[in-house]
Ligand binder design. Structure first.
Ligand code: FES
Length: 171
């Protein structure tokens, strides 16, 4: 830790790395040094920030914001922001971001129906919230949802995990 104006944590956990975090971080480090910003912005890597479905993620303090779904091409805009410009809105995530509220509403509905959905019902549930099976698959891949055979019928049952329960304060 150094007493810089900003401190950022860039996630290098498995999920973010699978989606290109290393490239983002290498470019960001290079650009911070190239612009002489490394004396004003201190960057550390971290293991996860539990937003694995929307990574690669970068947390910025004291702004207290998360930049999500960051790609290498976003680095110039992030550097411009760290130089005193506007935050890149397309990357901005907080609890009130519309996309995050949509995900929260989906999970609240699933919770209201007993945290169980069949293969037949999960897709319309997602569609009703403007989401799709691609998004469901990503939730499964990143540990926010589970899919297990029902003890009695053997049919797949979709449910939210402790990760999504905590994230959306539903547990
Ligand atoms: S691995 Fe980066 S948020 Fe989970």
């Amino acid at each position: 830790m150094y007493w810089t104006e900003r401190h950022i944590f860039a996630c290098t956990g498995n999920h973010c790395n699978q989606k290109g975090a290393a490239k983002v971080i290498n470019r960001l480090r290079f650009e911070l040094m190239r612009k002489g910003l490394n004396t004003r912005v201190h960057m550390n890597t971290c293991g996860t920030i539990d937003l694995c479905d929307i990574g690669p993620n970068i947390v910025v303090y004291p702004d207290n914001i998360v930049l999500s779904n960051v790609e290498e091409n976003d680095v110039p805009d992030i550097v411009a922001f760290l130089s005193g410009g506007d935050v890149p809105e397309r990357l901005l995530l907080n609890a009130d971001t519309p996309a995050e509220r949509t995900r929260e509403r989906f999970y609240a509905t699933l919770q209201n129906q007993g945290n169980r959905a069949s293969r037949e019902s999960i897709e319309p549930l997602a569609t009703n919230h403007g989401l799709d099976m691609g998004w469901i698959e990503e939730q499964l891949r990143r540990g926010f949802m589970s899919k297990k055979p029902d003890d009695a019928s053997g049919d797949d049952v979709y449910a939210m995990t402790s990760k999504s329960l905590h994230r959306y304060r539903l547990g």
